[in-house]
Ligand binder design. Structure first.
Ligand code: G1P
Length: 297
């Protein structure tokens, strides 16, 4: 029987040190692109892919995330009284139903694979998605929905994949391609953060995954990999060694690395330019900046 993907894990335990001092008190997943937190984009994308259960793997200092997804009755009441129905609708669109979202803590920062493993009891024996909220993907059809469709065909593990320049491959999990079928590639290996010059291809793993329970079994082994951490990429590769298929999926869409300052700023500009209420002003401003910069050269 074909299995449906209804659960997603959101690993959000990282310290976000690249955004200090902001992340001293604000979890990086709450940082906003225009007016919506990064994590809201991740939730919306998962919901659009048919996800019904949202599992957050958090850590100390992340309670603002739980507050964010809670209902805000006082604020709602005030907006209702003031007749601000548009704002009320925006607020309501972020509500999560009781029981739809679960939080669990990763007690020690032992890597992405370990964070995913922390959710094993809530996943059980079904395929599941993993969404890294740092990777924001702007697409007509949301990336995870594209992948769920592909999974319905293949029923094998699928990782989002994107071509990266050779000198950037060391920052990613990289696919060793068996057969390139265009949108989908089959793999004969995955390497987490290969040493410079040693990447098996230029196809990098981006933070969207659809995985089978075999990957959780591999994570049970707690094999330490790159940086001494338990890597998700390694567990996926081990599941492949153990006879499962692992496919790379070239998604349609523009990916922004919101784990880096440059990527975060680019996403902010792109998302603001996509907004009817902001485009004209921002465009005029950007033009001014570019002209002034050119004149000064
Ligand atoms: C993680 C994964 C890596 C993947 C990347 C995508 O790395 O370990 O395989 O390519 O996300 O963003 P991180 O960026 O957390 O170091």
């Amino acid at each position: 029987m074909r299995k449906k993907v209804s659960k997603a894990i959101f690993p959000v335990a990282g310290l976000g040190t690249r955004f200090l001092p902001a992340t001293k008190s604000v979890p990086k997943e709450i940082m906003t692109l225009v007016d919506r937190p990064l994590v809201q984009y991740a939730i919306d994308e998962a919901r659009a892919a048919g996800i019904k259960e949202f599992i957050f793997v958090t850590s100390r200092g992340k309670s603002a995330l739980e507050d964010y997804f809670d209902n805000a009755p006082q604020l709602e009441q005030q907006l209702r009284k003031a007749g601000k129905t548009e704002l009320l609708d925006i607020l309501k669109s972020t509500d999560m139903d009781s029981g739809e979202v679960a939080y669990l803590r990763q007690a020690k920062p032992m890597g992405l694979g370990h964070a995913v493993w922390c959710a094993r009891r809530l996943i059980g024996n079904e395929p599941f998605a993993v969404v890294l909220p740092d990777d924001i993907i702007a697409a007509e059809k949301p990336c995870l929905a594209q992948m769920v469709e592909a999974f319905e065909e293949t029923q094998g593990n699928i990782v989002a994949a994107m071509e990266v320049p050779e000198d950037k491959a060391q920052a990613y999990g990289v696919l060793d391609v068996k057969e390139d079928m265009g949108r989908i590639v089959s793999t004969k290996g995955l390497v987490e953060k290969p040493a410079p010059g040693e990447a098996p291809s230029n196809l990098a793993v981006i933070g969207r995954y659809i995985l089978t329970p075999k990957v959780l079994q591999q994570l049970n082994k707690k094999r330490a990999g790159t940086g001494g951490e338990i890597q998700l990429t390694d567990a996926i590769d081990d599941a492949r060694d153990d006879g499962e298929e692992v496919y790379g999926f070239r998604f349609e869409g523009q990916r922004y690395d919101c784990g880096s300052k440059a990527g975060y700023l680019q996403a902010t500009v792109a998302f603001a330019l996509a907004r009817d209420d902001l485009r004209a002003d921002l465009w005029a401003f950007l033009n001014e900046v570019v002209h002034a910069e050119k004149a000064a050269q």
